[in-house]
Design a protein around this ligand. Structure first.
Ligand code: AMP
Length: 461
């Protein structure tokens, strides 16, 4: 017998909001976390992005907030800490959706890149939920403008990631400022190392919840392509991007600079590509994400951190142009596709000398990545000792026989081209593809659309 939200949540307003959201049944993490959180237990949950973890901590927290606070004051009754602004925005958006019928509910987002004054003003009235990144929250705490006397629930979302980003001291300071009798809900991809240590320190007799990895649920098809060098990699990328089945794709590179270089190169080839990285002004990042959401951006070239929290169901493909630095980032990256019950394809490029890194990822995800080649574009360089060869036969792309005979994952038919390409005829953007350089804290990035041009004039950009 399947569980329904009515079995877990009693508040009518929340239930009706879930109906509006189109949520039928709780996901496994929700089915386990919601009852434990409602029983006011601390939680240590290892759940991946895409598992429904946000609702798993927000729904019981919102239901708890429907009871009046026993303490006077204006400070937040619940605090969610996230590693990035994008994830904070996503959490806040979800909270507002689930609380759409709770007219009294007030949420404030405390993240870098937004106006300090605005955030201070927002905190001058009583607030129920604060969603924050640790750095900016610390700045506000130092100015004495936020107090946690009323705090009942503390959530750390993607705790492992926050530690990877060096937020350990900030987190400890923030936690110190919260009441000891708070409820603590921790979500992390792993509890290995420092994050496990921190979790044990922050929680009391926690309910430990382990959920099957999203990628184990078979929604995301994975493929590994070895290449000789960057030129070969670019040829493979070009071939894949001309696949008519691609709706939207996120391409991951290892550096901020590379997101710009690659987005430029793709743009010059006629693809509608934009970049997203942490040195871009917040207004610009928001606009890029909006363009992605609205389908105006087909190809997003991004860094790991900037892309975290992107929840766009129409992303059909993820391409790991550069291998992730850490194996767990692989899971987060591919989780950008196959969302909201859809299927997705995650393609990983590795240079022949990088097979050790590939093995590390495979060890982490506890399975082999299916290795494929594209007919006529196979790598010619040999892998050093220890690197396994592709199995051949079934693992082929393109041409006759092999993998895509029936599936045709990457046909060369229509291509996947930008509006510029179509309008401009020869595949060159109208401005010659140079883009326009914008300055941001001494670093530049390129604008690639008319919208971007107008954004430059905007005081918020
Ligand atoms: P998350 O893992 O929190 O990033 O959620 C992944 C996606 O699943 C988001 O688009 C959510 O809106 C959606 N989602 C969360 N819970 C449910 C549910 N019970 N039924 C359907 N969709 C859900």
């Amino acid at each position: 017998m399947s569980i329904h939200f009515q079995d877990l949540i009693s508040d009518k307003n929340i239930l009706s909001a879930l109906k509006t959201e189109g949520y039928d049944t709780p996901t496994p993490i929700q089915a386990q976390a919601i009852p434990a959180a409602l029983a006011e237990r601390d939680i240590m949950a290892s759940a991946q992005t895409g598992s429904g973890k946000t609702a798993a901590f927000l729904l019981p927290t919102l239901q708890r907030l429907t009871r009046r606070s026993e303490k006077a004051g204006k400070g937040p009754r619940a605090l969610v800490l996230t590693p990035t602004r994008e994830l904070a925005a996503q959490v806040e958006k979800n909270a507002q959706a689930y609380a759409r019928n709770m007219k009294w509910f007030r949420t404030v987002s405390i993240v870098g890149g937004s106006s300090f004054g605005y955030q201070l003003r927002a905190l001058s009235k009583p607030v129920d939920l604060v969603v924050a990144t640790p750095g900016r929250l610390m700045d506000l705490m130092k100015s004495g403008k936020i107090d946690f006397d009323r705090l009942e629930v503390l959530v750390l979302d993607e705790a492992d990631r926050m530690l990877d980003m060096g937020f350990i001291d900030d987190i400890e300071t923030i936690v110190e400022a919260t009441p000891a009798d708070r409820q603590t809900l921790l979500f992390s991809a792993t509890w290995d190392g420092a994050v496990g240590k921190l979790a044990r320190k922050l929680t009391q007799n926690p309910e430990v919840i382990e959920i099957e990895r999203v990628d184990d649920q078979g929604k995301i098809e994975e493929q590994l392509l070895y290449c000789d060098d960057k030129r070969h990699k670019n040829r493979l990328l070009d071939h894949i991007l001309r696949d008519a089945n691609i709706d939207q794709v996120v391409i991951f590179t290892s550096t901020k600079a590379m997101t710009e270089v690659l987005a430029d190169e793709l743009y010059e080839k006629g693809f509608a590509a934009n970049c997203l990285h942490g040195d871009m002004p917040q207004g610009w990042r928001n606009r890029t994400l909006m363009d992605l959401r609205k389908g105006r951006c087909k190809i997003l070239v991004a860094t790991d951190v900037a892309a975290r929290g992107i929840d766009v169901p129409t992303i059909t493909h993820v391409i790991n142009y550069d291998l992730p630095k850490q194996a767990e980032d692989y899971v987060h990256r591919i989780g950008r596709t196959g969302r909201a019950g859809r299927t997705g394809l995650a393609v990983t490029f590795a240079e022949v000398g990088e097979h050790i890194k590939v093995h590390k990822i495979e060890k982490y995800i506890a399975r082999r990545l299916p290795e494929l080649t594209i007919e006529g574009m196979e790598p010619t360089r040999k892998r050093s000792k220890g690197g396994d060869k592709p199995k051949g036969g079934k693992g082929h792309w393109g041409g006759k026989g092999g993998f895509d005979k029936d599936k045709k994952p990457y046909g060369k038919k229509e291509g996947f081209k930008s509006a510029h390409h179509k309008e401009g005829g020869k595949g060159k953007p109208k401005d010659g593809g140079k883009g326009r350089a914008f300055e941001s804290k001494g670093k530049s990035f390129d604008a690639r659309s008319k919208k971007a041009q107008s954004a430059r004039k905007s005081p918020h950009a």
